[in-house]
Ligand binder design. Structure first.
Ligand SMILES: [Zn+2]
Length: 708
């Protein structure tokens, strides 16, 4: 790091120190302050002083523009055995406690329980009381009524690798608060994957000081690796130089390639919502499994997969975090699948705002509220266009639901079986809710619905996050009328039962893959396809080149592997019923409505995640309707979406290589150059207490020096 760099970090530290010294009451007995990812952690011997009156922390956070977490100094933590006894006693039996995990590194105790019981919610006075009595910071995790191995695995990985994670978070913090050497004068967007196509989504956003990657997916069913993965090979810098990766949601075409970054040297943070994190853990390990079983070498191994998990920083919807010296990120509900997010990036001091939709649904569904449109500002919108063509209009939801139930009932009444190919996450759970409702209203005869593959686990994860679901569904789960637990649902299938089910009693079978690109659905299909009593119902997008597309377009014959693994031609005799109104994507009308309802009108719209014809169609209409600059980039195109007006002037060149003037600093370090310190700070006396150097390396403050 150069001299200018060191100087800047110190100025930032000084600013943080000043605010903390001035505000933390001495009776809190502050011992240490550390960067922890995008947050700052205060360690206190008497943290309750700060916890009792949250206004102090709130005011400090506002002044230094960074989230503050209050932790107990390790010397003050009650021994775990005693703390566990006390926690069990104060929570009682009502919460159906499953596990208590102590995370000593972070002074956290994770309470895993089935019910909120007397706790009520995350900001419960009871949790505060536990914090005061034990010193441990309680975190409540709701255990789903069926056990999720993923959830358990993720929790134990995090607690076993506590040391690694703590070092990593500290490094991330230092990197975010590093000096901004160049005043930002441009923002570019580079198309790496998911442009003029659906699959391998990946976008690079670059400013003078930061590089942020949005999504990193694979393209299932692609023929060559040049088409299968994002074109990271074309980047003219090392992956280590990336500041952050943000993942919109857990579908493989948005996250499947993430661990590859860790194979080639990336060691920075990955931001996503907590449900996305858990789903990703599950889907990626399955992807490794399936790829290997399919006789292909996966692009990364288990170690990189674990690294990706350990480097993830989960965010809440609406939480604003610094992810680099000049970029702030916030995630918003996208309404597409559990945990799915629209990303808002705020560059510099309001110089530019980017909204990346990822996949989104702009309509209420059984599972989720519609996507958010309430972003403070947006100049560049990057939006999906899966159903972007003029005639991509879906029937109203209620009608589509009725169609689906009618199709299922008709097949069952004719003594047939119904196969519904689904992605493991998304449509499957939506269809479960629709069917549970139809069973309760007697619109369907009492029939078993069998769930294959990962559906057991992904459904469990939905139940673990009622807060991320639609209000109605959340309340149903809270009040123990959980539709996912309907008595007709069977989630305990064995591979050897497949043929028996497919040829047996009338029933419904939901099985991945959603586009019939592999998975157990193919097994069922070969047993069912030649019986005209049976039906197959498609409820999600079928990409070009997939078996699902071929079948839904009316193919009379298909090729499938038979029991001996030999390719065999099957006649299509079963009924093929595509139903489009149940998608987790927005249709054309909803895509346009979304743009219309944005709080501020973007200048540029980049249309991606769609077939070329749909992109062209939607972009053309947006230009006509909203007078915006709407384009569909090709892979490897780079678009400059912002340039400073004074670019190239003597003034701006001066800013780039000399001390930035007052008020021009990054938003994350607003008063680094601002009026509080100003340029005069360079001449101000240095903080000269013991351990200053050390504090630059590891912690913001040396522990001892703060006590007096
Ligand atoms: Zn998706």
């Amino acid at each position: 790091m150069n001299i200018l760099g060191d100087y800047d970090l110190e100025a930032r530290l000084k600013q943080i120190r000043d605010v903390i010294f001035k505000n933390v009451p001495p009776e809190a007995r502050l011992t240490k302050v550390e960067f922890e990812g995008p947050n700052i952690a205060l360690y206190c011997e008497k943290p309750q002083v700060l916890l009792d009156d949250e206004s102090v922390v709130r005011s400090m956070a506002k002044q230094i523009k960074t989230r503050i977490i209050v932790r107990t100094d390790p010397s003050q933590l009650m021994p775990p055995q005693d703390a566990e006894k006390l926690i069990r006693k104060s929570l009682g039996d009502e919460i159906d406690l499953e596990n208590i995990i102590f995370n000593e590194e972070e002074g956290e105790v994770v309470i895993v329980a089935k019910k909120y019981g007397p706790i009520g919610g995350p900001s419960s006075p009871l949790l505060k009381q536990i914090a005061q009595q034990t010193g441990w910071r309680p975190v409540f995790v709701r255990a789903p009524p069926i056990k999720s191995a993923t959830l358990k695995g993720v929790l134990s990985l995090m607690s076993n690798e506590g040391n690694y994670r703590r070092d990593f978070l500290r490094e991330v913090g230092q990197s975010i608060h590093r000096p901004l050497i160049y005043k930002n004068n441009y923002v570019t967007i580079k198309a790496l994957g998911g442009f003029q196509e659906v699959g391998r989504s990946s976008i690079l956003v670059e400013t003078a000081s930061s590089k942020v990657l949005l999504d990193c997916g694979v393209k299932p069913g692609a023929v060559s690796s040049l088409d299968e993965f994002p074109r990271l090979d074309t980047l003219d810098f090392d992956l280590q130089e990336l500041d952050a990766v943000i993942i919109s949601h857990a579908h493989l075409d948005h996250v499947g390639f993430l661990p590859f970054l860790f194979k080639y040297g990336y060691r920075g943070p990955v931001y996503m919502t907590r449900p996305t994190f858990e789903l990703m853990a599950l889907l990626q390990s399955d992807y490794l499994d399936v790829t290997e079983k399919g006789g292909k070498k996966p692009p990364y191994g288990v170690n990189e997969y674990k690294k990706a998990l350990l480097h993830t920083i989960p965010l809440e919807y609406g939480e604003v975090v610094d992810i680099s010296p000049d970029v702030k990120a916030t995630l918003y509900n996208a309404g597409h699948i559990l945990g799915s997010a629209i990303t808002h990036l705020h560059v510099g001091e309001g110089e530019h705002n980017i909204v990346y939709t990822g996949d989104f649904k702009y309509a209420d569904t059984r599972l989720f509220q519609r996507a958010d449109t309430d972003f403070p500002r947006v100049e560049t919108l990057i939006m999906e266009s899966t159903y972007g063509a003029k005639n991509d209009l879906m029937v109203p939801r209620e009608e589509a639901e009725r169609e689906f139930i009618d199709a299922v009932r008709t097949a069952l009444e004719h003594g047939g079986r119904v196969l519904v190919p689904v992605l493991s996450v998304g449509r499957a759970q939506e269809l479960m809710i629709i069917m549970a409702d139809a069973f309760n209203k007697k619109l369907l005869p009492k029939t078993k619905v069998h769930m294959e593959g990962l559906l057991y686990e992904t459904t469990a994860l939905h139940m673990a996050h009622p807060e991320a679901l639609s209000r109605q569904l959340r309340d149903a789960i809270y009040y123990d009328e959980n539709p996912f637990m309907h008595e007709n649902f069977d989630m305990h299938l064995r591979i050897e039962d497949r043929e028996k089910l497919a040829r047996g009693e009338p029933c419904v079978i939901m099985a991945p893959a959603g586009m019939l690109t592999g998975g157990p659905a193919l097994d069922y299909l070969k047993y069912m396809v030649e019986d005209e009593k049976n039906a197959i119902i498609f409820t999600s997008y079928q990409a070009e080149g997939t078996l699902g597309r071929k079948l839904s377009k009316g193919a009379a014959e298909i090729q499938l592997e038979d029991e001996n693994g030999d390719e065999k031609t099957f006649k299509v005799r079963m009924k093929v019923i595509p139903i489009e109104g149940l998608s987790g994507h927005s249709d054309r009308k909803e895509l346009v409505q979304f743009v219309e309802r944005l709080r501020s009108r973007p200048k540029t719209v980049i249309v991606n995640h769609g077939e070329p014809r749909k992109i062209e169609d939607l972009a053309g209409y947006l230009r006509y309707r909203f007078h915006v600059d709407a384009v569909g980039l090709e892979i490897l195109d780079t678009l400059r979406v912002y340039r400073s007006r004074s670019r190239g002037s003597p003034e701006s060149r001066r800013m780039a290589d000399a001390d930035p003037p007052e008020g021009s600093g990054p938003i994350s370090c607003i008063s680094l150059w601002g009026s509080a310190t100003g340029l005069g700070a360079r001449l101000a006396p240095r903080y000269d207490f013991e351990g200053e150097r050390r504090c630059l390396d590891s912690t913001l403050f040396p522990g001892e020096a703060l006590k007096d």
